[in-house]
Design a protein around this ligand. Sequence first.
Ligand SMILES: *Cc1c(COP(=O)(O)O)cnc(C)c1O
Length: 368
Amino acid sequence: MKQLINVTRSSMPSFEEYCEEIKDLWDSHWLTNMGVKHKHLQSQLEEYLSVPNVVLYTNGHLALENVIAALDLPAGGEVITTPFTFVSTTHAIVRNGLIPVFCDINPTDYTIDVSKIEALITDKTVAIVPVHVYGNLCDVDAIDVIAKKHNLKVIYDAAHAFGVRYRGAGAASFGDASMLSFHATKVFNTIEGGAVCFADDALVANLNDRKNFGIRGPESCVYVGGNAKMSEFQAAMGICNLRHVDEEIAKRGKVVAQYRKLLSGVPGLTLCEDQPEVQPNYAYFPVVFDGYKYSRDQVFSRLKEEEIIARKYFYPLTNDFECYRDLPTAGAEKTPVAQFVADRVLTLPLYADLSLEDVSRICSVILE
Ligand SMILES: *Cc1c(COP(=O)(O)O)cnc(C)c1O
């Protein structure tokens, strides 16, 4: 029997370690609403990520939605973003009453093409929401220059970039704020979870109130907020997983090295290169099938026959989804590089405990 190899597998501490961590919740009966675990994880993450402020959320999507709301951008404003992302990025913009304007990506690391941003800026542009795709860092220096010149806010979707560093600085320390996702499928997880990271201390109370219905005190409600609080059980999972995350990233690195050894130099396969001055987190292993003897879809199906689950990530583009197709700014043909990559990319199985033998088996199915 072939053993199923899924595209990812959630990191977990041992059962005993988690039980030990949640034990005192049976004494306190304090299960959510920013308790001890929540505070502990928050301060640990501020240190680990080298960012001045972390506000925790029950998931990454609501973190992004909340920080966009907190920056108080004028309704109907245009936000420059990319369609080569998870729908969450585009949804967070639109659900705030803002209009997504889709910029193309660059063909090297699949992040926003900074040379195409300025042509999209109008008098309605209020912000840029770039995505650190696969943990590849956007050109944060160029984006900073453009944003300052045009007085735009920058909010990074850093869902893929946990633990990535650039010239020693944490990946979540750029722009006005960054969103991280701690979903079960990400490099670091709190089961479901997420965070906003930022420097401006004035945002702390704003974000903390917004994730708790906009309530500031027992008799005060200052925002039309929702509920996006991280529970104590989620935070406890994060505290445990954080103890092992460096080791997990190192193991992912070995898996990636094995993939590169077996797949680089093969005609028709394009792999992502390491970025200069970036310490990577090995979150994903994308392969672009461009002129290979089989199409992306053929390889995807062939792997599936062997019980190996790869992912068409990201396909389709968000500017091609039913819910956005009718927007005047949508249309995949406006972002041809993103369309090209979305039609040809697969991310291969990657997680810390994936064995090097399994990596070899996956590669031999692709290469046979
Ligand atoms: C996972 C992800 C999100 C959403 O995060 P959740 O924690 O699942 O809500 C947003 N953007 C990108 C790029 C993601 O990969």
